[in-house]
Unconditional design. Structure first.
Length: 212
């Protein structure tokens, strides 16, 4: 029996020209894949690691600088839909899954971005993107947000996350102490005190969480 190599579609929005760039990730790709925007101003990089993890470096339409996400190969190749969000704007910037789902999520994101631009009375993307910031103004490392986000999503998939209302409709946000997980429905929270990547890796050695 001949096995068909697994692959999934992926898309991101170029922060410069605003176009949605589509491609795919597959098991037969080399260790590194780069999906470039035709305008030449941005590219998404995908690195396949030896530990069965995949690292994405994705240009962010809101921050201008890329964000890094580390995802298991199981998610990359077997999920029908998986969304990657900007940790600061809390809006999706990349879409992974079947071609149908990726196209649908890209269209949804287009509508959300259009509403945001209209609300802010912005004429184009550059109007909502940040100017260069001083070092003291820079927000916490997005990698910490990503570590928490993917840990919680894996625990959620295993039924290891609970909150008082038991809906487990979760979202994430930065706080002064670290990264907070909260239930959208009842407001219960759980905070990860991740002031540094080293602290984060020690803190995240848990196998379940309970919001309160």
């Amino acid at each position: 029996m001949v096995l068909t190599p697994k692959k999934n579609s992926i898309a991101y929005r170029c922060p410069t020209c605003g176009d949605m760039i589509h491609g795919f990730v597959g098991q037969l790709h080399a260790n590194m894949l780069r999906i470039k925007c035709p305008c030449g101003a941005s590219a998404m990089e995908v690195h396949f690691r030896d530990d069965k993890k995949v690292r994405f470096s994705i240009p962010c339409v809101f921050c201008k600088s890329p964000h890094t996400y580390v995802v298991s190969e199981t998610i990359v190749f077997e999920r029908d839909k998986f969304l990657l969000a900007c940790p600061y704007a809390n809006m999706d910037i990349a879409f992974l899954g079947t071609e149908e789902n990726v196209n649908a999520e890209a269209a949804r994101a287009e509508e959300e971005l259009s509403r945001l631009l209209a609300t802010l009375e912005a004429e184009d993307l550059s109007d909502i993107q940040p100017e260069d910031m001083a070092s003291e103004e820079i927000l916490p490392d997005a990698e910490l947000y990503d570590i928490v986000r993917f840990l919680v999503r894996e625990l959620e998939a295993d039924g290891k996350v609970d909150c008082p209302c038991h809906s487990v409709n979760l979202d994430f946000r930065f706080t002064e102490g670290g990264v907070e997980v909260y239930c959208v429905d009842c407001g219960a929270t759980y905070e990860f005190p991740v002031q540094s990547t080293a602290v984060a890796r020690e803190t995240l050695e848990i196998d379940e969480i309970k919001l309160s």
